[in-house]
Ligand binder design. Structure first.
Ligand code: 4NP
Length: 161
């Protein structure tokens, strides 16, 4: 049985693919088994695109190769995923609009819930800013990835290869 983890932002080309790449890297380095990892955007603006070239370049400097293609979050994701981790409160609100009866509310979190050092709620959107914004996002998603994996291990939801 695998635990299914989905990272969500607006465009699925900056923050959530960075979180997906950071978490996959951590899971591989720690030889962790039993996790299925994906990302999506609440919008369809960039469907089919690779992550933003700026994010890919900054990520690669940390050894993270971002290869996923953007797709839009769909209602079926509520059934398919166990943890739906939203990068900011607006993403959270947009995801929850697709579940008006709140059947899946217990699966939907702010990503920052799992951060150890980052004390904000929202992972800042780097799209319209400069290089430091991309670095900041990578710092945050690498921090939150460690916290998330610790949580899953403590809950007995993943094992070692
Ligand atoms: P993301 O960043 O939600 O982290 O992927 C954005 C990407 C694209 C746009 C906004 C934010 N956009 O407006 O196209």
């Amino acid at each position: 049985m695998s635990v299914n983890i989905l990272f969500v932002c607006l465009g699925n080309i900056c923050r959530s693919p960075a979180a997906e790449g950071a978490f996959i890297d951590l899971v591989q380095r720690q030889n962790v088994d039993g996790l299925n990892i994906d990302s999506a955007g609440t919008s369809a603006y960039h469907t089919g695109e690779l992550a933003d070239p700026r994010m890919r370049e900054h990520a690669l400097k940390r050894g993270l190769d971002l290869t996923s293609r953007a797709r839009q979050f769909v209602k079926e994701d509520f059934e398919k995923f166990d943890y739906i981790l939203c990068m900011d409160q607006s993403n959270y609100t947009n995801v929850m609009k697709l579940d008006p009866e709140k059947n899946f509310k217990n699966k939907v979190y702010l990503f920052s819930h799992f951060c150890r050092f980052f004390s904000g709620k929202d992972v800042p959107d780097p799209y319209f800013g400069g290089a430091e914004g991309f670095e900041e996002v990578l710092d945050i998603v690498q921090d939150g990835s460690i916290g998330l994996l610790e949580h899953l291990k403590k809950a007995g939801l993943c094992g070692e290869k």
